[in-house]
Design a protein around this ligand. Structure first.
Ligand code: PLP
Ligand code: COI
Length: 360
């Protein structure tokens, strides 16, 4: 499929951001976007055009019933000077999996792949070179038919945006505090927790606000059925290291099948660390932090990569990991190792044995 190119004249393009680390995550976009419409049962020709507001009818299905999905991926300036995409095929497949669930038309994988690569080529001068920075890729799709009946839209827009980004959390790769409570759940059994639909994130805002009220940066999500098992943290998958074994919630249909999670499981196993895809109960997590057997917690996700946790507050109970030991308030060795491996592969300083990087 050939795309249309309606490029911004060179002289009118935005200046390249010099210090990306100073820009809040996702607040600055590149000059162009990719847009493609689905009309009369087929995808029309896609276009790379100036980043601009989209004409959306106020009666559009997405605005009323939330028929929408998004993805998040990254492109890195590698040590060899090339631009590398990390496991983009997985993001493409996950979007289409979500489309099937939300009754939206799939976007052919080769069209998504080409749209992302062509858009990056056009805006490549915005790919940050600074350490810890990358180009965040945000593909999304929504139902844009005007109509107030609850049903799948008959027309759609697929769009890709790019943002030069630094760390997702302003604190960067530093130990954070997380909060948990059983009064909120982000997803329900047999619901939409395993796809990246916008509604899941709206549902998570209450928990996020509560975490902030408690002086914590993220909410640790318990399952929506028993309100007991730990599933995710913020917009990340979560791992616990207990007695030297790494635990993470299984893909049970309520958590997002994270690409960083999947990569982390492989990398940890390759490093000789036992990984169990088993959900831990929050009471077990609290007790194990307090008796010193649970020594590391970290979140994994595209935006934040690996996010170390040094403290968990569950309701009124404050649990400091490795309290009174030299590791208190520090990044644990397994968390650090995983971070170094993932960042290294993404930057090209660690050999990409698995073929996870593809060049633009
Ligand atoms: N869980 C949720 C709810 C997310 O939004 C994300 C972010 O994409 C993740 C987990 C991590 O997924 P990935 O590693 O594919 O970015
Ligand atoms: C990501 O990690 O890519 C995410 O999508 C998380 C967040 C920005 C919603």
């Amino acid at each position: 499929m050939e795309f249309k190119y309606e490029l911004v004249p060179e002289a009118e393009r935005n200046p390249v951001i010099q210090d990306v680390l100073k820009v809040p995550f996702g607040k600055v976009f590149t000059d162009h976007m990719f847009v493609m419409h689905y009309r009369n049962g087929a995808w029309e020709q896609g276009a790379i055009t100036k980043l601009a507001p989209l004409p959306v009818h106020p009666g559009s299905i997405v605005l009323h019933y939330g028929q929408e999905l998004f993805e998040g991926a990254k492109c890195f300036k590698m040590k060899n000077g090339k631009f590398g995409l990390f496991r983009i095929d997985q993001n493409i497949a996950r979007l289409n999996n979500g489309c099937r669930k939300l009754k939206m038309p799939e976007v052919p994988a080769e069209v998504q792949d080409k749209a992302i690569r062509e858009l990056i080529k056009v805006d490549q001068r915005h790919i940050p070179t600074q350490d810890g920075c990358s180009l965040y890729i945000r593909p999304f799709i929504f139902g844009d038919e005007a109509g107030l009946g609850v049903r799948p839209s008959s027309s759609y827009t697929y769009c890709v945006l790019l943002c030069p980004v630094g760390a997702y959390y302003p604190e960067g790769f530093k130990p954070t505090k997380i909060y948990s409570d059983d009064i909120y759940a982000r997803s329900a059994d047999r619901g939409t927790g395993d796809v990246k639909c916008g509604g899941n994130y709206a549902a998570s805002l209450g928990g996020g606000a509560l975490a902030h009220q408690h002086g914590c940066s993220q909410f640790l999500w318990l399952d929506g059925q028993h309100h007991k098992y730990v599933e995710e943290v913020g917009a990340m998958n979560v791992f616990f290291v207990k007695n030297g074994i790494a635990y993470t919630c299984p893909l049970n249909g309520t958590i997002l099948p994270g690409i960083t999670r999947k990569s982390a499981i492989e990398l940890l196993k390759d490093s000789g660390i036992e990984v169990r895809e088993e959900a831990l109960a929050i009471d077990d997590v609290v007790a194990s932090i307090q008796n010193g057997t649970l020594t590391e917690i970290f979140g994994t996700g595209t935006a934040a990569s690996v996010c170390p946790v040094s403290e968990l507050k569950f309701k009124e109970t404050n649990c400091v990991l490795n309290k009174g030991t030299p590791l208190e308030g520090k990044i644990g060795p397994i968390t650090q190792k995983l971070y170094d491996l993932i960042i290294g592969i993404q930057r090209g300083t660690v050999e990409d044995k698995k073929g996870w990087i593809s060049y633009v």
